[in-house]
Design a protein around this ligand. Structure first.
Ligand SMILES: NC(=O)c1ccc[n+]([C@@H]2O[C@H](COP(=O)([O-])OP(=O)(O)OC[C@H]3O[C@@H](n4cnc5c(N)ncnc54)[C@H](O)[C@@H]3O)[C@@H](O)[C@H]2O)c1
Length: 287
């Protein structure tokens, strides 16, 4: 029997890709403040609801098997700090609480690599080691990254109660078409504030899809990136230039085998989820 799944934020930039991928495989409902705009999403049932409204969510989540939680303010530039923190933190708590109340088995939560405190944070903070994986310390200093860190803590707390399984995905910067003209410049700039990372929305959708079926119980976190960075010069060369010194390289083989590999490690997602990025930035630019 086909599963019932709700995608919060399913009308958003990333949520559209997740919705497109999941709709043919399950009974998908989009829950968002705004209905989806694109024609191909018009047949997907839509629920207008605020993720901060627990009662609305409790009603919407009845009979659902899983929730994909993407609704949030997606960066520190879109809304004031208090609105962002309130939406992301209260929203995550309400989604998890309503899911638990409704007996939902699994929730997959969109966090962000910003929890590492590398992007949106002091530019002179190098990573403690490369590649940056799920064991790297989190140290957010601004409100968006902090809201995602708190979101993860909330998710972990719900999972620890034993009633709900939670997978947290930490995508790096997701690249959408309006940014295509800037990609090459970002890749050549040692000071690029996302340290050259990118991931295609199709690949983040792949990770959400795989997380729904991953064989595990409890709580897991996965970093999600493209296989390579945007950089055209070797990643370790760019990293040494950027931070004035090269952080400890814990997996030299990764960069020996592929000098352009991302600074974010996706080996856990590869091994545990079967994640394999399909879209390169060159393909995005039609090459
Ligand atoms: N875009 C990126 O580069 C990126 C990177 C890492 C993580 N993320 C995370 O992925 C998720 C989606 O990001 P996006 O880029 O698609 O953002 P987006 O702004 O395009 O989409 C967010 C969606 O959430 C909805 N929403 C906002 N507040 C809501 C509320 N109170 N109730 C119900 N719906 C609400 C919006 O209407 C929108 O459709 C976010 O959680 C974001 O933090 C994004």
């Amino acid at each position: 029997m086909s599963r019932n799944i709700i995608c919060t934020g399913g009308s958003g930039r990333l949520g559209q890709f997740v919705s497109r991928r999941l709709a043919p495989k399950c009974n998908l409902t989009i829950l968002d403040l705004n209905p989806p705009v694109d024609d191909d999403l018009q047949d997907i049932p839509f629920v207008k609801a605020d993720i901060c409204d627990l009662e609305q969510l409790r009603g919407a989540f009845k009979g659902q098997d899983a929730i994909l939680h993407l609704a949030a303010i997606p960066n520190p530039r879109t809304a004031p700090a208090d609105v962002t923190f309130q939406t992301n933190v209260q929203g995550a708590w309400s989604v998890l609480q309503a899911a638990e109340d409704a007996g939902v088995k699994r929730v997959v939560v969109a966090s962000s690599d910003s929890v590492f405190g590398l992007s949106y944070n002091p530019p002179d903070w190098p990573p403690q080691f490369l590649p940056v994986d799920e064991t790297h310390p989190v140290r957010p200093t601004e409100f968006y990254s902090l809201s995602k860190h708190v979101t993860e803590t909330i998710a972990q707390s719900f999972a620890a109660r034993g009633t709900i399984e939670v997978i947290v995905l930490r995508p790096v910067h997701v690249v959408f078409p309006p940014e295509y003209p800037e990609l090459e410049e970002r890749g050549s700039d040692p000071q690029n504030y996302h340290f050259w990372t990118f991931v295609a929305p199709e690949d983040v959708a792949q990770a959400f899809d795989l997380a729904l079926d991953a064989d595990y119980q409890g709580y897991e976190v996965f970093t999600i990136s493209g296989a390579n960075g945007l950089n055209v010069r070797p990643t370790l060369e760019m990293a040494a230039e950027r931070w004035g010194t090269l952080p400890e390289v814990r997996n030299p083989k990764l960069y020996a085998d592929n000098p352009l590999a991302s600074v974010i490690d996706i080996s856990k997602a590869r091994e545990r989820l079967g994640y394999e990025p399909q879209v390169t930035w060159q393909q995005m630019l039609g090459r």
